[in-house]
Design a protein around this ligand. Sequence first.
Ligand code: ATR
Length: 261
Amino acid sequence: TYQLALFGDPVKHSLSPQIHQGFAQQFGFDIDYQLIQVSAAELRSRINDFFNSGGHGANITIPHKQAALAVTDQLTERAQQAAVVNTLFIKDGQLWGDNTDGAGLVNDFKQKQIQTHNQRILILGAGGAVKGILPALLATKPEHIRIYNRTIEKARQLAARSGNCDVLIKDDTTHAFDVLINGTSLGHHGQSPPLHPEWIKPHTIVYDLSYGEAAQPFLKKAMQLGVTKTFAGLGMLHHQAALAFERWFNRVPKITLPNNN
Ligand code: ATR
């Protein structure tokens, strides 16, 4: 049995165990995917215990994706670029950190035929979730990415690390966008960030990085403003999981998403 785990807080509603069981079944692997709720203070020791007792691979989720960097011996290129880690694996006796969120989002966009190349993108939020996807999105060469955040300074810091990326000052409604992405954590509190009608055109696609109930406040607001193409992040979740699975088992699993995802 391969031991896998998710470290985060909270973890109990995670869909990762089912997703990875589904992948493992495709190859006849026997896995045990545990959910480990852990505080920041205990993160390092719990991860070390897990791998010292035979753990095969792990995922990291909120709020530890940035702190997990410091637990690793080595980082993949995309984890270095994002400075956020969501996947841990062992290679040559060392603990490696990878980031599959960014590539997972881009793969989901591909599957949904959401274009980003030469497109104008607005990202709401400038926390860990946004940091994790930004390099992969920029690599698709959008016309530009603008970042809008409650705390402008955090948006500035993120934009400064990346070319072709700029800050949208509060209530600047002089721009419209082709793709709008919610990366704030507001949906987990039943709220939506501001969504100005001026940002939206008839063809605008709206995507929320969260899924389930947490994605609803923002996507509902978008639909009320006439957006017809709205997506929650369930596809991204499956795609990031598939890339993590590939790191652990060197196999590429098939992804089956529920209808309308
Ligand atoms: P995560 O790892 O989920 O990205 P995070 O790093 O704490 O979590 O980031 C949360 C994001 O949601 C931030 O962009 C945050 O804005 P600030 O940078 O201003 O804190 C945003 N956010 C959270 N609560 C918010 C609120 N009540 N109003 C506006 N933005 C909020």
